[in-house]
Design a protein around this ligand. Structure first.
Ligand code: UT7
Length: 412
């Protein structure tokens, strides 16, 4: 089936950032009653990344964003719109997108966050597409960035084994060339309104001593319920986006889905009679990074040669609040352009901080991980692909608070 062009918006840049701290399943066995065997067989996850004390959603987003801008062969000032999909912004106000705009040195873009949980990047893609195709701008930076470790309850084995931190980004550009975005579908299923939620910290239950004591500012999830809606919605939104593009599943070279659970992806593929070989999977190394999951997977798929010019791909996500979205597109960029991202020096990026008392945002339950990493480094073990210290935001933000005296991993 021949796809028709929607309206000339292409992915021209892509980039990602993963923190260097690695939390393995064996590490989690020390925190909660679980096992590597259970986690791998029930989720497909082997390890996930954890943002260091000096890293935040905005700092990771800025690095991923600059890498995407460099890949596109653009300058930060060329960007007209910055959207950050996140459920873990640095502050309730201002948005993470504003901090990213400032950090990358852009003066002209409209910047805002997008609250669609794990679907944040795909929703952002669709919003940016609408913005560009209506003539409001030429280039948009769409980011998914999450510091899930800061809203994870590390006493809850049902959720703490699932989530990780990181950021991914894409530059979308208006262009009259053929290809690019072909079809999109967004939906929100209210059957899943409270399947994943954080009870406190909003207007209904503002944070107070009782909500903190009750761990109400941390994420809760009805796993089984979410699983079923996820499989259903990932499938239906993909098919609807393809239908709008005038395509069928046989036309798809690769599906790049939200990485929530390998069993969800296998059930999805089975339900659509689609081969798993054409579903990109990297959940084993990152876990569920919420809004960052699809763009990190996209970046890795290009780097691994799984996406070539002319390929038809589907980006698809499902998330809290029942949000779901899919984009069918024809990839037009040269995968070799990714090498331009090497010019970005992550250590040159800093996020501005107000003059208030700094706090250490690192999860207390994981403080021993910092010491473990230091001792691994002393033993010559790998520090991870983004081998750098954890200070990407101004040192003032974490001065004196970056390391704790806790050296002993908690025993169950
Ligand atoms: O990103 C947004 C979308 N998120 C999702 O789509 C997540 C969807 N849900 C899931 O991926 C799965 O439901 C989970 C991975 C969260 C849970 O897997 P499950 O196969 O649905 O397990 P379950 O919740 O039905 O629990 C089965 C058993 C329970 O024990 P009992 O009651 O049978 O004795 C749980 O207590 O597994 C137990 N369990 C665990 N055991 C070891 C739950 N978590 C763990 C754990 N380690 N980490």
């Amino acid at each position: 089936m021949k796809p028709r062009v929607l309206s000339g918006v292409h992915v021209t840049g892509w980039g990602a950032y993963a923190p260097s701290l690695v939390l393995t399943n064996a590490d989690l066995e020390r925190l909660v009653e679980t096992s590597d065997e259970w986690i791998v067989s029930r989720t497909g996850i082997r390890e996930r990344r954890i943002a260091g004390p000096g890293e935040t959603t905005a700092s990771m987003a800025a690095i991923a964003g600059l890498r995407a801008i460099a890949t596109a062969g653009l300058q930060p000032e060329d960007i007209d719109l910055i959207l950050v999909g996140t459920l873990t912004p640095d502050y309730p106000l201002p948005s993470a997108a504003v901090l990213v705009k400032e950090a990358i040195g852009n003066t002209k873009a409209a910047a805002m966050d997008l609250a669609a949980a794990c679907s944040g990047f795909v929703y952002g893609y669709a919003m940016a597409h609408a913005y560009l195709s209506s003539g409001l701008g030429k280039h948009a930076l769409v980011v998914g960035s999450e510091t899930m470790s800061r809203c994870t309850d590390f006493t809850d084995r049902g959720t703490c084994v699932l989530f990780g931190d990181g950021a991914g980004a894409a530059v979308l550009s208006a262009s009259d060339e053929p290809g690019g975005t072909l079809g999109m579908e967004l939906t929100t299923d209210t059957a899943a309104t409270y399947s994943i939620w954080i009870p406190a910290g909003g207007a209904t239950r503002p944070a107070n001593e009782a909500t903190v004591a009750g761990r109400e500012h941390l994420m809760r999830m009805k796993g089984g319920e979410t699983f079923k809606v996820a499989v259903r919605r990932l499938g239906s939104t993909s098919l609807r986006a393809l239908e709008k593009a005038g395509m069928g599943l046989d036309d798809v070279d690769l599906v790049v889905p939200h990485q929530a659970n390998i069993r969800i992806l296998e059930a999805l593929a089975k339900s659509m009679s689609f081969p798993m070989e054409r579903v990109f999977v990297n959940i084993d190394r990152y876990g569920n990074t919420s809004a960052a999951s699809v763009p990190i997977a996209l970046v890795e798929a290009v780097a691994e040669g799984r996406i070539k010019q002319g390929d038809r791909i589907v980006l698809v996500a499902f998330g809290a609040g029942g949000t779901a979205g899919a984009v069918a597109l024809e990839w037009t960029a040269d995968p070799a352009d990714r090498l331009r991202a090497d010019a970005v020096d992550p250590d040159s990026i800093s996020i501005s901080v107000p003059n208030i008392e700094p706090v250490n945002p690192f999860p207390p339950a994981l403080e021993w991980l910092l010491e473990k990493v230091e001792s691994d480094a002393g033993n010559g073990r790998r520090p991870g692909p983004d081998a750098r210290s954890t200070t990407t935001i101004s040192d003032a933000a974490v001065s004196g608070a970056g390391r704790s005296a806790a050296v002993t991993p908690p025993e169950r």
